[in-house]
Design a protein around this ligand. Structure first.
Ligand code: F6R
Length: 609
């Protein structure tokens, strides 16, 4: 996700801003910028690419001044470019803003502002903020910021700076982190602790709905109505490396825990306010084409392919279109049957996987319409596809994909519902039921993440086994495939996932005394059948860990241990069932002393065939 820094004091602002942004580089970004107030005017410098490019552009001509803000951007609205980079200004250059997150109602606000004569330079949602400030400012900076905050909807952390109010930065947050570092004769603002840890360990962690006025001598925190809020100073006692991981031991664990927030971001602005329908404004195909699609291919690699398998189930069930899910490196060589009524959906976290990119090009060459589901704005796959739906998971740093998978599942579900709405293939009540279930998922993932102790215990107890089987039917089988991949890639345990009904056709021969079997049994429609398969492996003395919903009282009678996840619709439960499997893989890898974030032989972005 983007990085934010701010400085006010007696020192050289630009020095801190550039240094602070460097400390946030690990989070991933595609452009950077700073704005510094020199006592008279605000100088803004920005550049697409790495910070090194911004520094090169500045050369010796570093902006001079003791107050400033800076930003590293991870593109959301609008591709990575100089113009889309932050900070953004109003028409007169009196106000500058840096922002992380998404302003959901920016289109309506932008229209309103354009009508009033404001000129916009970028494609970003952020740019509405300085223009709103310009609109509301009548000499009282704080009052104008409060008005802006009242008008915007979405998730954000923002820092505002005004040319008319020297020595004063104002910041606020909603669903995105923001910390204020307390120095002596200087104060700092950052989206993450690593940016300030070299200067101070005394911080205020802002809460949602709070706004802070930061000067070099003090910090006043208040709510949006201006009522002061008393806050305790939080002393950071992590070292710089731990701070990068937000206090988690590994990026993978951090990213597993980021899933509620990531899923919220994926859903943001894509559900009708009354919960009645899905909105995918980014899709501009005419209804006639979507009504006429006769075949869909979902093409991807690894974890993204597993998300595609769930997508196949969703789209076939909801939109009643036949879907084939293909491994990208196979698809392009198998001469798929494609015509103008075919839609090919490629799924890729990085948007750079060469197999997926080549499959996308092949589908286009054969005459298919194409849609990319990806996390990286401006990536090769996003640029090549006809249309794009972004997952908005934020940068994923650990090699093992976790939050990318859950957010891909969310997009698949949104696509299924969207096509069902257009094709009128699902009753309205069922759409509402699923949409309302979806809204609960972030909280339910958080609940799933609360109870990790039993998972740690299983990982310790079974972490030294060399073989593990995963079984499940229907959507549980798709989740089993992902659980098994996670375990093998980071713990190097040999793991196999089988459709539970398939065991008896050969694999059952491998089930022996004390062999761990993870049985996923969340799908009510095939529950009894899965139970029978569990009994088959129990009869061969396997040790079975079951994954079930928390209303299930049956499974524990047949297995050795049960991990429960919150009850939800059986279509949605893969979003929850995968979480204990991610944690099991993580803790098994820890037990075996593996390098979790950088497993052997693997790379985060696979740009070779
Ligand atoms: C596994 C994993 C990989 C990727 C695969 C595709 O945890 O991360 O299997 O899913 O290499 O990568 P993207 O999604 O970037 O195309």
């Amino acid at each position: 996700m983007c990085g934010i820094v701010g400085y006010v004091g007696d020192g050289e602002a630009a020095r801190f801003l550039l240094e602070g942004l460097t400390k946030l580089e690990y989070r991933g970004y595609d452009s950077a910028g700073i704005a510094v107030f020199d006592g008279e005017k605000i100088r803004v410098e920005k550049s697409v690419g790495r910070l090194a490019e911004l520094k090169e552009k500045l050369g010796d001509n570093i902006p001079v001044g003791t107050m400033g803000i800076g930003h590293t951007r991870w593109a959301t609205h609008g591709r990575p470019s100089d113009l889309n980079s932050h900070p953004h200004t109003d028409c007169a250059g009196d106000f500058v803003v840096v922002h992380n997150g998404i302003i959901e109602n920016y289109l309506a606000l932008k229209e309103e502002l354009i009508k009033k004569g404001h000129k916009f330079l970028s494609e970003t949602d952020t740019e509405v903020l300085p223009h709103l400030l310009e609109e509301f400012y009548d000499g009282d900076f704080e009052a104008a910021v409060r008005e802006v905050l009242r008008r915007i909807e979405g998730s954000y952390s923002i820092v505002f700076m005004s040319r008319n109010d020297p020595g004063k930065l104002i910041c606020s947050k909603q669903d995105n982190p923001l910390v204020i570092g307390l120095g002596k004769g200087e104060n700092f603002i950052a989206s993450d602790i690593p940016a300030i840890i070299a200067h101070t360990r005394r911080t205020y962690i802002l809460s949602d709905g709070e706004m802070a006025v930061v000067t070099k001598v003090g910090v006043a925190i208040m709510n949006y109505a201006g009522v002061p809020v008393r806050k305790k100073v939080f002393e950071v006692n992590w070292n710089a490396e731990a701070a990068e991981k937000g206090g988690f031991e590994h990026f993978m664990l951090k990213e597993i825990h980021e899933q509620p927030k990531a899923v919220r971001a994926t859903l943001s602005g894509r559900i009708e306010k009354d919960g009645s329908a899905v909105v995918l404004e980014e899709l501009s195909w005419d209804k006639a084409f979507l009504n006429d699609v006769r075949k869909i291919f979902i093409v991807a690699c690894g974890t993204a392919y597993h998300a595609g398998l769930v997508g196949k189930y969703y789209i076939e069930n909801m939109a009643r279109i036949s879907v084939e899910c293909d491994i990208a490196s196979e698809f392009r060589y198998r001469s798929p049957i494609i015509d103008e009524h075919t839609l090919t959906i490629v799924v890729s976290q990085s948007g750079e996987t060469i197999d997926t990119l080549a499959a996308l090009k092949e589908a286009k060459r054969l005459g298919s319409k194409t849609l990319a589901v990806t996390n990286v704005v401006g990536s090769s796959i996003a640029r090549e596809a006809d249309q794009v739906v972004y997952t908005w998971a934020g940068p994923e740093i650990a090699v093992a994909s976790t939050k990318a998978y859950t957010t891909q599942l969310i997009v698949m579900l949104l696509l299924g519902l969207y096509m069902a709405q257009i094709r009128d293939s699902l009753p309205k009540e069922r759409i509402e039921e699923l949409v309302n279930g979806l809204k609960e998922i972030p909280t339910q993932i958080s609940r799933t993440l609360e109870d990790v102790d039993p998972i740690k215990t299983f990982a310790r107890r079974y972490g030294f086994n060399e073989h593990v089987f995963f079984i499940g039917r229907s959507l549980d089988y798709d989740v089993a495939l992902e659980g098994s991949l996670k375990l093998k890639e980071i713990s190097y345990i040999h793991a196999e996932a089988y459709a539970a009904g398939e065991l008896k056709h050969g694999t059952l021969a491998l089930i022996v005394d004390s062999l761990p079997v993870i049985a996923i049994a969340t799908q009510k429609s095939v529950y009894e059948k899965t139970l029978s398969n569990i009994k088959e492996v129990k009869a061969r003395d396997a040790v079975v860990i079951g994954i079930a919903s928390d209303t299930d009282t049956e499974l524990e009678k047949y297995v050795d241990h049960v991990i429960k996840v919150p009850e939800t619709d059986e279509m949605l439960i893969p979003l929850l069932a995968v979480v204990p499997l991610q944690l099991l893989a993580y803790y098994a890898a820890i037990t075996r002393g593996c390098d979790v974030d950088k497993p052997r032989n693997l790379a985060k972005s696979v740009t070779v065939e």
